[in-house]
Design a protein around this ligand. Structure first.
Ligand SMILES: Nc1ncnc2c1ncn2[C@@H]1O[C@H](COP(=O)(O)OP(=O)(O)OP(=O)(O)O)[C@@H](O)[C@H]1O
Ligand SMILES: [Mg+2]
Length: 250
């Protein structure tokens, strides 16, 4: 889930270029007849799903609880393996190349735990987005700090850098966690219910931020959301899921 990679000098360089392979296909995420089930579960979680997501587009995935939306994201990142079918992401074959794909991707997980007593500051939370690349004990260099400041500005949290995350509003916390995903400038951005607990105004603001950042980074974005308004206005494709299947694409 990285937008940076260490070069020979150990300094992070931007890896947000589309990998060479399959560039000509124009397809960032391809699922072909994919079915899967969770370990020890009798029922399939996804049944015969086929989907194409083009580079530099925003795809909205919607559908009721248990439809398979989160499962689809977990397959794309290789956290879950397909039982049948083919998955290619950013030109890589999944789940074989999961590590490479995660290096180039950012994932906002559903219901990411937020605690009212959390004392980490906005700056620290966003910096954590660089931790796996830096190692937890390596101090941030100027380029890293620049990326952190950029991400905080992109989500509109300037001025709140030193505030503990626990005292921020739900919408501000959501922005901070979004910044943590964006700080590595991922080529592929997967956001699972980024509007949960936001009011209509907050949904509008976060939708605008997602659209702005996507255009700036030229990233491919997949948003999973029950709340289709107003993000649907920015979507190039809307995928409707139900009972483990794709039941509509428009
Ligand atoms: N860890 C798990 N173990 C077993 N089954 C699971 C697991 N996670 C999800 N499932 C099952 O897989 C199916 C799809 O679940 P998934 O979480 O993908 O749905 P969703 O569309 O994201 O729902 P929601 O809107 O509630 O987040 C459901 O039937 C669910 O019960
Ligand atoms: Mg889900």
């Amino acid at each position: 889930m990285w937008g940076f990679r260490k070069n020979s000098r150990g300094i992070g360089e931007d890896t947000c270029r589309v990998p060479n392979r399959e560039d000509s296909s124009g397809v960032a995420v391809l699922l072909s007849n994919v079915s899967t089930a969770y370990p020890r579960s009798k029922n399939p979680a996804l049944i015969n799903v086929s989907l194409e997501v083009e580079y530099n587009t925003l795809t909205l995935i919607t559908g009721p609880n248990g439809a398979g939306k989160t499962t689809l994201l977990e397959l794309i990142l290789g956290f879950l393996k397909p039982l049948t079918g083919v998955i290619r992401v950013l030109g890589f074959k999944m789940p074989k190349d999961s590590r490479k794909v995660r290096m180039l991707s950012g994932y906002l997980m559903q219901d990411f735990m937020k605690s009212p007593r959390e004392t980490y500051t906005v700056m620290q939370v966003v910096s954590m987005g660089l931790a796996a690349y830096k190692g937890p004990l390596t101090p941030l260099n100027e380029k890293d700090l620049e990326a952190v400041r950029w991400a905080i500005k992109a989500v509109g949290l300037e001025g709140l850098e030193e505030k503990p995350i626990g005292i921020l509003s739900g919408g501000q916390q959501q922005r901070a966690f979004l910044a943590r995903v964006l700080v590595r400038k991922p080529k592929l951005i997967l956001l699972d219910e980024p509007f949960s607990s936001l009011d209509p105004e907050g949904r509008k603001t976060i939708s605008e931020i997602i659209d702005n950042v996507r255009r700036k980074l030229k990233s491919t974005v997949i948003v999973v959301s029950h709340d289709i308004s107003p993000i649907i206005e920015y979507a190039d494709k809307v995928v409707e899921m139900k009972s483990g299947r794709i039941v509509g694409v428009r």
